[in-house]
Design a protein around this ligand. Structure first.
Ligand SMILES: Cc1cc2nc3c(=O)[nH]c(=O)nc-3n(C[C@H](O)[C@H](O)[C@H](O)COP(=O)(O)OP(=O)(O)OC[C@H]3O[C@@H](n4cnc5c(N)ncnc54)[C@H](O)[C@@H]3O)c2cc1C
Length: 505
């Protein structure tokens, strides 16, 4: 077997974007995927007459053909052309149960968003607008830092980018408090923590603002034909440019040269060699597939020190009625038992936070005529799954989860779901651990908080994993979780590899 220029391990979003780039650049590329289909989280599955979206609620930083944002550009530059649909009406509906609860819709668009929070919490508009207005200022500061290659001049940061300096090290809630935002308005906006898996008293402000602003201005994006369409569009690019994609090819070992650099991998018992290896697989697993002697101590310590991100339990429902007949007007509804994110995060049950999506409200023909689908997601940790759960009790465990949440949604939203269920499928962290191979079934790589927050990771990128010839990309890497981050990281990392191997990008 001839040596490859690049072997990419794992055909998730990061791996696909990386392999599409290296193949398009003319590098001899091999993408290895353990399953028989690409995508990792970004796929689809069928039950009866329904094709379900397994993971994507909303994709941010996409933009449009007229105003392309980062993800749009990644696909467009590669020549991949998925058909994007957008949720432009409102951002989400937030329902907090109980006597002090509320039921609000926060609108898309900067002014409409501020107006909708003001309508729900009179007197909050000024502080909400001040919060949102931080985003362009932060962007300008980051652009300057990049321009100066991380070495800003003199007092420029303090004098010209003072807002960045004020918020950079703070949590969302610290910044909102400093702006005098009423707690109720904070809680409403911070409902979105559910998409990042870290509560807002812990989550870095700039990270949260980046997501909020992206959804608010560009609208949330979804592919017309489930996220499988995104994955297939990137596979097409790889194949078109002569790259190879091998399915049913689980990598079981990473190979190293005597000088400690990566030499290749073993898949299906075959040794495969490359000049560079890009891993879409989380470092913990890569290190477990490598001789411990070659992994720098610092890298092992880093992997051990990081906390795993949150996982989820999900319920996929195919219903024999339309969204209208069901009484579901919204695409995204967050249902919460308590108003504040910290309590929701700590509770992690139907009294915590869960999300109900109805894809038909953005992609009307995403299920057969006269039907609709619902997608329930509840953030829970892999460690929340009972340790003593026996295989024979797993189905019961899943049924109990489904019953609890469906009944709660029926009661809270005043709709009748149970009699309409034609198909049902339930996933838990066990499903994600098994399918993706991630520790504890994390879908978000490592938890982005505390010393390991987004800003710290970007600033410390050079000190991150440093094995010659081995790069990482995907939800577990620097930019953290989510579709957009995984695509952007795959793109960025591949461009660095291309530069090293070809001397251009
Ligand atoms: C239920 C759910 C809802 C989500 N909702 C959203 C959302 O609304 N918006 C959003 O932006 N993000 C969301 N996410 C998160 C998002 O899906 C992930 O962050 C992102 O897809 C991770 O991409 P990745 O590149 O890290 O690859 P992964 O999806 O983790 O894929 C890794 C790939 O590597 C393969 N692999 C693993 N080990 C090996 C091996 N040894 N050899 C060969 N192949 C291997 C796996 O089979 C898989 O294909 C959600 C995730 C889930 C599960």
């Amino acid at each position: 077997m001839d040596k490859f220029d690049v072997i990419v391990v794992g055909a998730g979003n990061g791996g696909l974007a990386a392999a599409a780039n290296t193949a398009k650049a003319g590098l001899k590329t091999l993408l290895l995927e353990k399953h028989n289909i690409p995508g990792g989280c970004a796929t689809s599955f069928r039950r009866g007459r329904f094709e379900f979206e397994p993971s994507l609620h909303e994709l941010c930083s996409v933009g449009t053909a007229q105003r392309p944002d980062q993800v749009y550009k990644v696909f467009d530059d590669l020549g991949a052309k998925p058909k994007w649909c957008y949720e432009t009406g409102h951002l989400f509906r937030a329902v907090v149960k109980g006597e002090d609860g509320y039921d609000v819709r926060l609108e898309a668009g900067i002014e409409a968003f501020c107006d909708s929070v003001e309508a729900a919490v009179p007197g909050s508009r000024k502080s909400v607008k001040a919060f949102v207005d931080l985003k362009p200022k932060i962007d300008a500061a980051i652009a300057y830092i990049y321009e100066m290659k991380g070495q800003p001049k003199g007092l420029t940061m303090l004098l010209k980018h003072s807002d960045f300096m004020r918020v950079a090290g703070h949590s969302v809630e610290e910044v909102m408090d400093a702006l005098g935002m009423p707690k109720k308005a904070q809680n409403m906006i911070n409902t979105y923590w559910g998409y990042l898996g870290v509560p807002t008293d812990e989550l870095n402000c700039m990270h949260f603002l980046n997501m909020l602003y992206g959804y608010m201005v560009d609208g949330a994006a979804m592919p017309q034909h489930r996220s499988h369409e995104l994955s297939l569009s990137l596979v097409d690019v790889i194949v078109k440019h002569g790259g190879q994609v091998w399915y049913n090819s689980e990598v079981t070992e990473f190979l190293y040269n005597d000088d400690g650099s990566v030499a290749g991998v073993v898949a299906n018992g075959e040794k495969l060699y490359a000049r560079e290896v890009i891993s879409n697989v989380i470092p913990n697993n890569v290190f477990n597939m490598s001789p411990q002697s070659v992994i720098p101590e610092q890298n092992l310590k880093l992997a051990n020190a990081r906390d795993f991100g949150i996982s989820v339990a999900t319920i996929y429902l195919g219903l024999d009625c339309t969204a209208e007949e069901l009484g579901m007007e919204d695409y995204t509804i967050f249902i919460m038992g308590h108003p504040d994110p910290r309590t929701q995060y700590n509770t992690r049950a139907e009294d915590g936070l869960y999300i109900v999506n109805c894809l038909n409200n953005v992609v009307p023909d995403s299920s057969p005529e006269g039907t609709c689908t619902l997608f329930f997601t509840m953030p829970i940790f892999g460690s929340d799954v009972p340790k003593d759960l026996k295989p024979e009790d797993y189905k019961k465990y899943k049924n109990e989860i489904a019953k609890k949440y469906i009944e709660d949604a029926e009661k809270t939203l005043g709709i009748s779901i149970m009699p309409h269920i034609e198909e049902i499928s339930v996933a838990t962290p066990v499903t994600f651990a098994r399918y993706l191979g991630t520790p504890e079934g994390t879908i978000y790589g490592y938890k982005l908080s505390g010393w390991d927050n987004l800003m710290a990771r970007i600033a410390g990128e050079k000190a991150d994993y440093a094995i010659p010839g081995l790069s990482f990309c995907g939800g577990h890497y620097i930019r953290g979780d989510g579709y957009s981050c995984a695509y952007i990281m795959g793109d960025t990392v591949a461009k660095k590899v291309i530069k090293r191997l070809k001397g251009d990008a």
